[in-house]
Design a protein around this ligand. Structure first.
Ligand SMILES: [Fe+2]
Length: 396
């Protein structure tokens, strides 16, 4: 492996490797009572969804809170894509009942909702006042986030994505005040996640890590986290998909990799895959992980020529054999490795299989440029609108 020796000549500006206190451990959800006391909580509300409650995933956490005499209520109305009205409803409840802390418990949606709910409990106004970046004046209530997928990385990110039910658009609130106080990651909470969901959320996590690694905003610190996340996810996702109920080590490594990938992304930047996935979510309502899986190999295919040393290292992290190959051949192995991973876990599919029409692509490209430009501006290879259209066609 050749090291890139040009690092010394570059000026880096790194956001500060920001993250919450990160706790990971099999069974660590049983510490939640003590952890909420650490953040001075006595009366807390758990933001979650009905499915989590139905599956009994909350039981140990509730018992652990009760053991420490913490008052606990549930708000279980978060949808699979959290909408603003639901979040506003929860904010009203939290403000009215003087909770002193918030717990987000579930997939990315419950965690995204909890971040905004905790923040708006101590700030005036409503959610729409804070859409965009860095508009929140004060820190929110103390917040613990407990993910049940691996994952969106929401537990370590300062971003919430909320749906505006009026127009179906995704809105982003991004602010360092959204960081949780504690990310409490218990991989045992993910063992019953079905194979398909494990596959989609795992590929989303891999995409965060790869995007963070190849973006033009990448830096040595984010690189270190991103490449390890790529290693962890690509070596454990198949195991988590096919024997996730018994392979606790795979679940642990996926949970760790998902968080590391998102911490890398928070300290470098997003990627074009997420930019291009936006219209698939808003126009065709494809779940986030699914649209990522559909586009990722084609965006990476487009990018490989512009970041050959980095793709070479991705290939090595994925365990691809690169000895004796040219740099370009080795870089291409990363794309081959990604495609075979997607095939193995059963999600290497085309947009056509989901009813997406080719005629939509020019409009999609306009939307990407208008709404998601922040995701594509730091892509290692310049993405003209025609390129965006071509990538959609390749993914069709
Ligand atoms: Fe994502």
């Amino acid at each position: 492996m050749s090291r890139e020796d040009t690092k010394a000549s570059i000026v880096y500006s790194i956001p500060g490797v920001r993250m919450p206190l990160f706790v990971i451990g099999n069974g660590c959800v049983q510490e939640i009572g003590k952890r909420i006391k650490d953040v001075k909580g006595k009366k807390t509300i758990v933001i979650t969804d009905r499915n989590i409650v139905k599956l009994g995933l909350l039981e140990k956490a509730i018992k652990a809170l009760e053991r420490e005499d913490i008052g606990v209520d549930l708000f279980e109305e978060v949808e699979s894509e959290p909408n603003i009205e639901t979040v506003e409803k929860a904010i009203k409840i939290v403000r009215g009942k003087s909770y002193d802390s918030v717990i987000g418990f579930g997939g990315g949606s419950a965690l995204d909702a909890a971040k905004v709910i905790a923040c708006l409990a101590t700030n005036e106004g409503n959610v729409r006042d804070y859409m965009g970046a860095n508009k929140i004046p004060k820190r929110g209530l103390p917040l613990i986030l407990v993910p049940t997928t691996a994952g969106t990385g929401s537990e370590v990110s300062p971003v919430s994505v909320l749906i505006d039910e009026k127009d179906g658009n995704k809105n982003v609130v991004s602010d360092s005040k959204l960081f949780a106080d504690i990310a409490l990651v218990d991989p045992l909470l993910t063992v019953r996640l079905p194979g398909k969901l494990t596959a989609y959320t795992g590929i989303d996590a891999l995409c965060h890590a790869m995007g963070a690694y190849i973006t033009r905003k990448a830096n040595p610190m984010s690189d270190a986290l991103a490449i390890e996340a790529i290693y962890l996810i690509s070596h454990n996702l198949r195991r988590a998909v096919f024997r996730g109920e018994v392979d606790i080590e795979a679940r642990f490594n996926m949970a760790l990799g998902a968080a590391m990938g998102m911490i890398a992304r928070t300290n470098s930047g997003g990627g074009a895959v997420h930019g291009l996935s936006y219209p698939l979510g808003t126009k065709y309502h494809l779940p986030h992980g699914q649209s990522i899986a559909l586009l990722m190999p084609h965006v990476m295919d487009f990018n490989v020529i512009s970041a050959i040393p980095k793709f070479n290292r991705i290939a090595q992290a994925m365990g691809e054999k690169t000895e004796g190959l040219s740099e370009k051949e080795a870089a291409d192995k990363a794309i081959g490795g990604l495609k075979s991973l997607l095939k193995d876990i059963g999600i290497f599919q085309g947009l056509r299989e989901f009813g997406v029409k080719k005629d939509d692509f020019p409009e999609f490209a306009d939307i990407v440029y208008e709404v998601s430009y922040r995701h594509i501006e730091a892509n290692p290879r310049h993405l003209a609108k025609e390129d965006v259209i071509q990538i959609y066609e390749n993914a069709w």
